[in-house]
Design a protein around this ligand. Structure first.
Ligand code: ADP
Ligand code: NI
Length: 217
């Protein structure tokens, strides 16, 4: 019999993320989960339970908040699923997706090895762009004590994960270093369609921001 682990995982993650202020709150997880489900409607081969579990668990222990330990997330997700009686094959599939979803710098390829990973990565990236993506970037920057913008600090293309991790750049740089590139890094046609409007909105935002900064508007 196939056990449905989704309801218990929703309750577990909702409780765990209730007090998060860094852009990784339950609302982010819920949007990624719902977006992954929506994108999955167009990918007939996708295993919905695997997609949903990986979406719900993808940020369970983000490396950025665990001393750069990339295995903290997969391990925590594995512990949770094992505690629920999931079999090792399912656990392994979810863990592989969690390893694959994260953005690691503009110059670093982040290939996916399953349609389910493509769906979760796309859903997570869609949540980093558009109006909500803009809000999350500045929330993250504030959390880290970063300035909004500093024209003296040019954006760079991080060619390694280590350099991306160490970046302390102003938040506006994050648009050039990551957010404005995400639409070209999506896998599924459904995600690319959603990204169009969100991308355009971000471009307008950056234009307006810079014009105001220079006293032009
Ligand atoms: P995701 O949840 O997409 O894996 P991250 O964990 O990398 O993304 O980041 C969470 C949120 O914080 C995203 O909206 C991302 O754009 C934002 N963020 C990450 N790094 C930075 C940064 N250096 N400056 C501003 N925002 C950032
Ligand atoms: Ni995320």
């Amino acid at each position: 019999m196939q056990v449905n682990f989704i309801p218990a995982t929703v309750a577990f993650i909702q409780e765990k993320f209730a007090q998060e202020g860094s852009g990784h709150d339950w609302a982010h997880i819920e949007r990624v989960w719902q977006m992954a489900r929506r994108l999955a409607e167009e990918e007939s081969g996708a295993d919905l339970q695997v997609t949903e579990l990986a979406a719900l668990l993808h940020d369970i222990a983000d490396w950025k908040f665990h001393g750069g330990d990339y295995e903290a997330g997969p391990r925590a997700a594995g512990d949770w699923l094992r505690s629920q009686g999931a079999d090792e094959a399912l656990i392994e599939r979810v863990q592989v997706i969690i390893r694959e979803v994260s953005f690691k710098g503009l110059g670093v390829e982040t290939p996916v090895t399953s349609v389910e990973a493509a769906l979760v990565q796309d859903a997570d990236r869609l949540d980093a762009i558009g109006a909500i993506g803009i809000a999350r970037a500045f929330a993250y920057g504030g959390h880290k004590g970063r300035p909004l913008h500093d024209p003296a600090v040019p954006p760079v293309s991080h060619e390694s994960f280590a350099s991306y991790q160490k970046s302390t750049a102003p938040t506006l740089n994050h648009f050039y270093e990551k957010l404005l590139h995400l639409k070209d890094r999506l896998h599924t046609p459904a995600a690319r369609r959603v990204a169009e409007g969100r991308h355009r909105f971000m471009e307008q935002f950056v234009d307006q921001f810079l014009a105001e900064w220079e006293g032009m508007r």
